[in-house]
Design a protein around this ligand. Structure first.
Ligand SMILES: NC(=O)c1ccc[n+]([C@@H]2O[C@H](COP(=O)([O-])OP(=O)(O)OC[C@H]3O[C@@H](n4cnc5c(N)ncnc54)[C@H](O)[C@@H]3O)[C@@H](O)[C@H]2O)c1
Length: 330
């Protein structure tokens, strides 16, 4: 990364995810975290004190009016991304917005349209698709792009994670195929191109405290002709596996999680990359800083985020209507 001036950052929402990003901003050299906003003032003050951030707000518009900022980083609950994200872009600020970009397609379109209005000025807008920074999935992408898997004909991507400890807005407003499913949907589209149509079913048996169905499964048809399957389930028993089930089957080779098997070789070999535990956010912050300083798109844009939600929303519609649904373009 070239030596350039610091990027002045403010965060909106410093709950569990936001506070983890506070750490990442404080440890990524070109980022200068100048202000924090959270409607929960004591939470904002605690996080600010812990990380040596001077200025604290409870109203994000007031913060955007008062602070000289380059980048606004949004970590509010899923259904509350749109207002701060659009306000930041309308003021010409670079944006980081957590996944899911929005809880519905209207919110996503508002963010994407606000971004497109300022993109020519060099504004960057990233969506927090952290799995694009997992070395295993990056290596699979490299092998697919190099032709090592041949033509992809089947993909699988699941978000199966015991989230029964969640409370508050997660129970009321989170939609598992949107909030969780957007992770594997984004990776499958990153690997195999756009998903064109879906058919899905769901149930509500394992996590009745959630307002939305807690388990959904969809079959997918990609524009390329490949087919696939995506499950989102929030109440499985047992520990979460180290890697998501993300698998790609091609005419020349198969990848199942981090295991690779070329045609004609009857054994699996592990992909030669480091395993990452959990969700380290630093690589996302480093990528965004480099994108801003070198005027290139971040690895996952808000347009990518909207395309993932377009698929998840089509899956939800298919559940309701019991039919194949075409994915809308964004
Ligand atoms: N990329 C990932 O892997 C990942 C992991 C966890 C969470 N997330 C996403 O991060 C977001 C936050 O999730 P979380 O688990 O930190 O939730 P959380 O409830 O712990 O934190 C949300 C915070 O936003 C604050 N807030 C709400 N409305 C606000 C407003 N208008 N202005 C300022 N602050 C406001 C709340 O007071 C709270 O402190 C969600 O969209 C979630 O899906 C992403």
């Amino acid at each position: 990364m070239s030596e350039q001036r610091a990027i002045r950052v403010a965060q909106i929402g410093v709950g569990k995810n936001g506070a983890a990003f506070t750490r990442a901003y404080k440890t990524t050299a070109p980022m200068n975290l100048v202000a924090i906003c959270d409607v929960n003032e004591s939470r904002a003050r605690t996080v600010a004190a812990e990380h040596g951030v001077d200025r604290v707000y409870t109203n994000f518009r007031e913060m955007l009016d008062r602070e000289q900022l380059d980048l606004v980083s949004v970590h509010t609950p899923d259904h509350l991304h749109v207002e701060p994200a659009v306000e930041a872009l309308n003021r010409g600020k670079h944006l980081f917005c957590e996944k899911p970009l929005g809880n519905n397609l209207d919110d996503c379109r508002r963010i994407v349209e606000a971004y497109r209005r300022v993109a020519k000025q060099g504004v960057k807008a990233m969506c927090g698709h952290v799995l694009r920074f997992n070395p295993v999935f990056v290596e699979v992408k490299r092998r697919i792009d190099a032709g090592e898997l041949g033509k992809l004909f089947y993909l699988e991507g699941d978000y199966i994670h015991d989230l029964r400890w969640q409370k508050g807005w997660n129970l009321e407003a989170e939609v598992p195929m949107i909030g969780g499913g957007c992770h594997p949907i984004d990776i499958m589209q990153w690997w195999a191109g756009p998903i064109a149509e879906v058919q899905a079913m769901s149930n509500h048996l394992a996590f009745p405290e959630m307002k939305e169905d807690d388990c959904a499964v969809a079959i997918l048809k990609f524009a390329s002709g490949a087919i696939g399957k995506c499950t989102s389930a929030y109440a499985p028993s047992g520990p979460m596996p180290k890697l998501y089930n993300l698998s790609a089957y091609g005419t020349k080779a198969t990848v199942v999680r981090d295991q690779f098997a070329p045609r004609g070789k009857e054994e699996w070999s592990p992909l030669p990359v480091a395993q990452v535990e959990g969700h380290p956010y630093e690589p996302e912050v480093v990528d965004l800083a480099d994108a801003i300083q070198n005027n290139r798109p971040p690895r996952a844009t808000v347009e990518d985020g909207a395309r993932a939600i377009a698929v998840a929303v089509a899956i939800q519609q298919s559940v309701r209507e019991g039919r194949v649904v075409k994915v809308e373009s964004v």
